[in-house]
Design a protein around this ligand. Structure first.
Ligand code: GSH
Length: 286
């Protein structure tokens, strides 16, 4: 669990926030996952939207809460928690009414969540290549410099995550996401979805007969990858049906709404990719 120590939190106001507060961004995968979880559990929470497209995550107010500059962040009665899966594990323990990590499936769910977390940068790479054009998503160099120079201590230690973030966004600004990187990311997902397809042979949901946090986490990835053009119905038909079924639930559907303006931009970008034979299916050789 990553809970930040109060002395390292520069934005002191959050230490006085009572109740459950989530700092999040509408279109961020990890934020969507957290919101679906909160909705399903019926937890009352206070929303603090942060606009990643405006690079608000590199402004001092937010870096003073999470030096990693990443959403979501949970503030619960003045305690600051980061890392979405740790946040949700903590909330499931703290609000046990409807368990989304049932005790008897805990080991299985945690292993599946680790895999999901490992693939986060692959999801980001495919999003930046096939869903959002570079002119919208790239970070301003001044914002990245502010981020680079900001405090980087988490629980007494220099945090390695910042280097990974800086490297991703700097490479993206100059080169975009290369064919090689996109190919590698889709192959990683292909392997992971082969395993999920097997899970769904025996069960209605990924870890049994009820929805768990594992379904929420992979639903978000599946939804984003569908937007990127990943051909689920062709490659992993059981996953496609499971995703369509979850999408019928308002707690899920409401959190993955895409603004019409972005839908139009994505469609135009994907049309160009179709004309130039550079869609996800072309690059991945599916
Ligand atoms: N492992 C972290 C990943 C968090 C993460 O990468 N969040 C993304 C949004 S999904 C973010 O804040 N990106 C910053 C940006 O796009 O500038 C978690 O699960 O919380």
């Amino acid at each position: 669990m990553v809970q930040l120590v109060p002395e390292e939190i520069q934005t002191k106001e959050v230490l006085h926030w009572e109740g459950v507060h989530l700092i999040h961004f509408s279109d961020s995968a990890c934020s969507q996952k957290a919101r679906i979880f909160l909705n399903l559990k019926g937890i009352n929470w206070i929303s603090h939207p942060l606009n990643l497209t405006q690079q608000d995550n590199y402004k001092p107010w937010f870096l003073g809460i999470n030096p990693r500059g990443l959403v979501p962040v949970l503030v619960h009665d003045g305690e600051v928690h980061i890392e979405s899966n740790d946040i949700l594990d903590y909330l499931d323990e703290t609000f046990p009414e409807l368990k989304l990590i049932p005790v008897d499936a805990r080991e299985d769910i945690m292993a599946g969540l680790d895999e999901e977390n490992e693939l986060h940068l692959d999801l980001r790479a495919l999003t930046m290549r096939f869903v959002i054009p570079r002119f919208l998503a790239r970070k301003r160099p001044e914002a990245l410099s502010l981020y680079e120079q900001s405090e980087n201590i988490i629980n007494g230690e220099a945090d390695a995550r910042k280097e990974i973030e800086l490297s991703f966004w700097r490479t993206y600004a100059t080169e975009g996401i290369s064919d090689r990187r996109a190919h590698e990311a889709t192959q990683n997902f292909f392997a992971a979805y082969e395993l999920l397809e097997q899970r769904l042979t025996h069960n209605r949901y990924l870890s049994g007969s009820e929805v768990t946090l594992l379904d929420i986490a992979w639903f978000i990835y599946t939804h984003r990858l569908s937007m990127a053009g990943y051909p689920f119905a062709k490659l992993h038909p059981k996953v496609a049906i499971w995703h369509a079924h979850l999408l019928l639930k308002p707690e899920f559907a409401n959190e993955v709404q895409v603004p019409t303006s972005l839908k139009m931009i994505t469609s135009a970008m994907q049309l160009m990719q179709l004309i130039t034979s550079t869609t996800l299916s072309h690059i991945a050789e599916f």
